[in-house]
Each structure stands twice: as C-alpha cells, then as structure tokens.
Design a protein around this ligand. Structure first.
Ligand SMILES: [Zn+2]
Length: 453
C-alpha cells in the first residue's frame, strides 16, 4: 500500500490518466492500465478497447481477430500485423509468419507488456515512416496474442480461473515431470486449447514463436522436458551467439538447464509438435521501479531490440536450400546445394518430374547443414525427361514436426549433358529465389505430429 500511495501521487504529478476511458491508445509512450502496487495493471477491458482502436486507426496494417475465449468467456484477442495491401512479398513468395503470445501467467505484467510493446512498436514506427518497420510489415505477418489468461490477469494471479498453470497444460509430454497444477488433461483449459487451435489453423508455417513471461531475465529454447540440446541446436546456438555479439547479453539457454525441468509448456509444444523455432522470453520481475512510471519503451528497450533482431532475420530461421549447380551426364546426377538458412535439414531429396509434373524419380535423402554447401551424386537410373523439371523436397528444420517444403530448381542452374556435349555449366546461379510451389503436406505433417506424441 505504501508504494501504491507514492504511485498515485506520482501519477497525479505526471498527469497520467487513471481510467482507461481517458487513455489515448495512440499515445507513444504509455502502457495502458491502472496503477496497482508497483506496476501498472493492464486489464482485459482496457486491452479490448486498445486493440480495437489500433485496428480502427490503422486498418492498413492492423487486423484484430479472436483465438477463442477464456474459461470466463473473455475474448482472446490476436493482433495481426502486416502490410495488408500486399498479399505476398514483392517477389511473389509468401510472407514469413511469426507467432507471439503473452500473459500465460496472469501476474507476469512485464511479459504481457513485452507482447503489447512488440505490437505497439511496429504500429508506431510504421506510422512514423520507419524503414525497418515498413520493410518488416511488407515481408512478414506477425500475429500476437497479447493476453492469453485474461481471467487470471484481472485477478492478478498466475493461474487461470480453474487454478491451472496454463504453461503446464500443453499436449507435449503433459504431466510427465514433477509439476504443479497442470490441469485434468492436456488442453483441458479453453485458453490453451484455443492457443493451439490458432497455431494449427493459421500458424502452421511459422518460422518463429516467442512466448513471453516474467521471472529471471533469460531467453529459453527447448527443451524444458530434457536436459539434452534440441535437434536444431545449431539454429538456437547461432541465434544465441549472434544476439550476444550484436544486441544484448541476455542469457540464452535450453529451458531445462537454464531454468528447471518442466513439461507441457507452450515452448516445448511449439517446437516439438509444431516444429517452430521457439523461445520463452522472460523479462526480469522488477516490474516498474517503485514510485515512478518509467516509460515502457525505455524499460523494455533492450528486450525490444532482441525482438526486432529475431523478427528482422526470420528469413534465416529455417533451412533455405539453393541449388548452385545441377549437372546430369547420362544417368549420373551431380548437385551442389547451399543452405542459406541457419537451420540444418536432414531429409532433403532431389526429385525429377515429367512434363505433367508427376514425380518420376526421387533421390535418396541427404543432409545439408546450416550455412553450408554440400555436393551430392546420384544414379538417376533413367534418362531425364527433356521437358521435365527438377525440385527439392525437404524439411525446414531437423525436428520431426517441422514443415516440409517443395521448391522448384531454377533452370539456369541446370546442365544436361547428352554424352558428347561436354559444356561446362552456364549458370552458377547466385541466389535463385526458388519459387515455392507448395509448402504443405498438411496431412502427413499432422500424421507425423501424432506419431511424435
Ligand atoms: Zn510465466
């Protein structure tokens, strides 16, 4: 209470509005909400006004939808940010997809605030003509579920209204470790089942998922369940080292070792079942400095810089194969393929299609390590169709659940030698933005996920 009185005085001096009705959602610096103890509390009602104001004011880049409802029937708002005048990137390829959520634990204000700030930063900066924000929104869709646990948030508790720890309620090794209040079964709670339904409906192709909490200042990657490094350790270690070299000293570790063993978390689910590169972003728990209302932009500036880094470079958070050369001599195939991404792929194959697009030959599987170049040779066991095409099929990351992609190989990289013609390659294609034909295999991916359980 002592602190609260100090805050009220300070608030009056600073002229910060005390009710959400007075709050101007477009004001640059303010974190909306009511001052309580040593922080400002964003209620679900205020958030509801705010996100709908964003959508009304900036329809070109903000679209608000619902992922479902809390146990008490509060809408789980998802703020979707992108330049909606462009259906794809300028080069015709699909935009990168990013998923963010906050507020699993209703008393972790700064984690929820970081989710709010991430949306707010791109809105403000886009409106100001900031090139980085404009570029990101032209090339990316960012979906942010700011407050996953509005019932718990509004009564200032970690749990949801059923006293369940939502971040132990996901269907990934649910209740297989010492844990508290994981619920009666995986996805027993409407908040977590709505979140996973949203991921499985709109986010299957995401190349980044960040779930935001408050506790120790740290970023955690999978696994929480096991002490071992995850299959995509190269990607997580690259990001760790690059963040440390260029952005922030924030510790980045696998969750089991960096925090404590845990299971049924959204992070392990996002990686193990959805195949996303996933981080739990924990802000520290100092909330706000007592007696002040520090600008949230100042308070979370370093965290926001890390988020900007992860979002700016999302293109690299997967395997990105690019065929430098493909030479067919008789029935021998020789290929040089580089991986422009920072994740390895272990199930790649080369395919030859006939004129109708029917796959007539598939190579044995091969691996292309992150940021590496690989040479492979195959016996084609047939004469290639002259009017046929070539493609690569591979998974975006090593984890079983990761999305499959099927990409055509640019003809300028292909050389067919019919015995006497012994020309060298014409096209050591630099970067051939391979056109994505399909990036689906929905059914087999889902089947795979189920096997994984
Ligand atoms: Zn938490």
């Amino acid at each position: 209470m002592r602190v609260a009185v100090g805050l009220v005085v300070c608030m009056l001096l600073a002229g910060i509005p005390t009710t959400s009705a007075q709050y101007d959602p477009l004001q640059q610096e303010a974190w909306p909400g009511e001052p309580i103890d040593n922080h400002i509390h964003l209620t679900w009602a205020t958030l509801t006004m705010e996100v709908n104001d964003w959508a009304d004011t900036y329809p070109d880049i903000v679209d608000v939808t619902s992922a479902g409802e809390s146990e008490l029937g509060k809408t789980l708002w998802v703020v979707r940010l992108s330049d909606w005048s462009m259906e794809t990137k300028e080069d015709g390829t699909p935009k990168e997809m990013i998923y963010i959520d906050g507020g699993h634990h209703g008393n972790e204000y700064l984690g929820t605030a970081l989710a709010w700030l991430t949306a707010k930063w791109y809105i403000n900066e886009w409106a100001e003509g900031n090139e980085e924000a404009i570029n990101v929104l032209q090339n990316t869709e960012i979906h942010i579920l700011i407050m996953l646990n509005p019932d718990g948030n509004d009564i200032d508790t970690r749990w949801n209204i059923n006293q369940v720890d939502l971040n132990r309620n996901y269907d990934h090794y649910w209740n297989t470790c010492p844990t508290t209040q994981p619920g009666s079964s995986a996805f027993s709670e409407s908040e977590t089942s709505s979140n996973s339904a949203y991921m499985n409906t709109y986010m299957t192709d995401a190349d980044l998922y960040v779930t935001m909490h408050t506790g120790v200042w740290i970023m955690l990657y999978p696994w929480g369940k096991w002490p071992e490094q995850p299959p995509d350790w190269e990607l997580f270690h690259f990001i760790r080292d690059d963040v440390h070299a260029t952005v922030s000293d924030i510790p980045i570790q696998n969750a089991n070792q960096g925090l404590y063993p845990n299971c049924g978390t959204s992070r392990d689910y996002g990686y193990g079942k959805m195949g996303f590169p996933t981080f739990t972003f924990e802000t520290d728990d100092e909330q706000f400095v007592p007696g002040t209302f520090e600008s949230l932009h100042d308070r979370l500036e370093e965290e926001m810089n890390v988020m900007r880094y992860l979002i700016n470079d999302v293109w690299y958070w997967r395997a990105r194969l690019n065929v430098q050369s493909l030479t067919v001599s008789g029935d021998e195939v020789e290929m040089t393929v580089e991986n422009l991404g920072h994740a390895s792929t272990s199930n790649a194959s080369l395919q030859h299609m006939d004129a109708a697009g029917e796959v007539v030959w598939t190579s044995p599987m091969f691996t292309v390590n992150a940021s590496n170049v690989t040479n492979v040779n195959f016996d084609l066991e047939m004469e290639p169709f002259e009017d046929g095409t070539w493609g690569l099929m591979y998974q975006k990351r090593v984890i079983n659940a990761s999305q499959w992609v099927n990409e055509s190989i640019n003809t300028s990289s292909i050389q067919i030698n019919n015995g006497k013609d012994d020309n060298l390659l014409t096209g050591f294609g630099l970067f051939n933005p391979v056109s994505v034909i399909l990036s689906l295999l929905g059914m087999s991916v889902i089947a795979k996920r189920e096997e994984d359980a």
